[in-house]
Structures are given as structure tokens and as C-alpha cells.
Ligand binder design. Sequence first.
Ligand code: DGL
Length: 278
Amino acid sequence: MTAALPTGKHSEQPVVIFDSGIGGLTVLREVRFKLPFDRLVYVFDDAGFPYGDWDEQPLLDRIVALIGKVIEAHDPKAIIIACNTAFTLAGEALRKTYPNVPFVGTVPAIKPAAARTKSGLISVLATPGTVQRAYTRDLIEAHASGCSVTLVGSQKLAQLAEGHLRGQQVTDEALLAEIEGCFVASDGRRTDIVVLACTHYPFLTNRLREVAPWPVDWIDPAEAIARQLGRVVSASSAPEQGAEINSDEVMCSSGNLSGESLSLMRGFGLVFTGQLPT
Ligand code: DGL
């Protein structure tokens, strides 16, 4: 017999936050501010990471199948796809396949960048997958036709962010090599906005500021994503006094986390509950 769930925030359906790796944690921390009493389950596909180089069809099939398992396991009240590479490819298929689950997506923040630029030169820093997507091209056409947009597909930045967060050394040279394509000067104008279109990158913002050839605004969409979640679902209310509260959870596709990853997840207040059911 299953014990009745305690009253309080954790008896309710959770919000699932999904990414290929640790990038979705940049979104999770904003969700905690906006919906502090909601139970969160962080799910990441470490067995498939990085998503940036995958061919589209196998990646699409993988994400749709994996999210199906997440829905079965957690019956979430909403799922945030906290990954540009995944959502720009699979967002539509996910909404079609699982019409009863509200999805909140992550897409390159091209619209706010176009509204904010003064020089008219903006760059989108993303995985190779995201820069190739038709979705990204459509966003540029719809919202930034008056700007000059440079798409920069970074081969290594997501992995560098993973290493950085786990305490590994990441050199300035390695970072600069990944971002220098974003810095364009033409006709006396210079790029003034770089869109961080991969949820891993905001973990590196301070380092990127240090190595950047000149100052720019770095746009991180995490707060806007958390705000959108607040529009899509109603936030849970504060638990009653004395109610038992379970921790937020993390699961991954490999079922294995290194000691470093475990302590990283603990630092984000997440208890590792193992592998996604297959
Ligand atoms: N965090 C993912 C994104 O927002 C990408 C990381 C990867 O390469 O898998 O695009």
C-alpha cells in the first residue's frame, strides 16, 4: 500500500524541467523564485548529451520518447523544455503528442534582442543544432528583419560550461575561441547584444564578460521562461505549518552521476532519485 502524500507543496503534481545536461539549472533557479512552493523534478539526458551535433530525426524521436516516460513517471502539471536545441526541434511534436500537458519552451531570445539593440548588430550564440534550425531562421525573419543577425554555432561551449560548473579549469583562450565570432564591427558600428541561446551558457557569463573583445549585453532568457510558466499554470500555495516537505528531485537518462555531479545537484537542492524508467 502506498502511504498518503503529506499535505503541503509536495503533494501536488510537480513541474518538470528538462535539458540534455546541467543547462536547465539556470532556468530551475529562476523557477524557484517565481513559484517557490512548487515541487520541481529536474530531468536531464546525460546519455544523449551534447544535443548540438545530433541529426534532427533521431534527436526528435529520442526527445519525444523520453518525455513520454517522464510524463508516465511524474504526471507533471507542466514541463519546461529548458533547452533551445531540443525545443526548436521538438516543441511542436511534443505539444501534438502530449496535448494534455502544458509545455513551456526555450527559444533564442531574438525578439527582445532586436527590440533592445542600438547598433542594429546582434549575435546569437548557440549550439550548432540550434543555429541550423528552421525555427531560428523564422524567428529572425519575424522579429529581427531590420537587424544584422550573426549566428554563431559553438562546438564546445556547452561542454565547457559543464566542466566549469564541476570545478574543472576552463581557460580564457578556450572561451574566446568559442565566442569571438559574435563580435562584429562594420561601418563604425559594433555588435551590442549577444543572445545566450543555450541554457548552459549563463553559467559562464562572468567569464565571457572578462574575455569579450568589448562590452555587450548578454541576454539570458531564464527569467522570462519562469514568468511564462507562471502564466501557464497556477502556482502552488505555501505548505501548512508542520507539513512534511519532500525535496525536489533530479533524474537522468544514464542513471549514473559522478560524485562531482551529485554534489552539484545537492547544491541546487536536488536529491538524486536515479534513472528514468525505460
Ligand atoms: N542546454 C542546451 C540548449 O539550451 C544544449 C546543450 C547541448 O549541446 O546538449 O541548447
